[in-house]
Design a protein around this ligand. Structure first.
Ligand code: ZN
Length: 85
């Protein structure tokens, strides 16, 4: 078996512990950096749909999302009432 051969070659338990600590020192900053990178990417990804959602309105006739500037629904042809300010 490969694993048992590795365990025998490592020998002393102190050496195995040292190897584990070395692996932890390499793996921990890597995981930490990846986690920060993932959060940053999620934030960047999450901002764009939010902007898009705010720029759309729901057609009352077919319930599809159409652009806020649209006067007519391009799904069903429903004409939105003009906004009076
Ligand atoms: Zn529609």
């Amino acid at each position: 078996m490969l694993l048992s051969a590795f365990a025998e070659s490592v020998g002393a338990p102190q050496q195995a512990a040292g190897a584990a600590v070395a692996v932890a020192f390499v793996a921990l900053p890597y995981c930490f950096a990846r986690a920060i990178e993932g959060i940053r990417h999620e934030k960047e990804r999450g901002e764009k749909p939010l902007i898009r959602v705010s720029a759309t309105k729901r057609c009352p006739d077919c319930a599809e999302n159409v652009r806020d500037e649209a006067l007519k629904c391009h799904f069903c042809g429903f004409r939105f009432p003009e906004l009076k300010d």
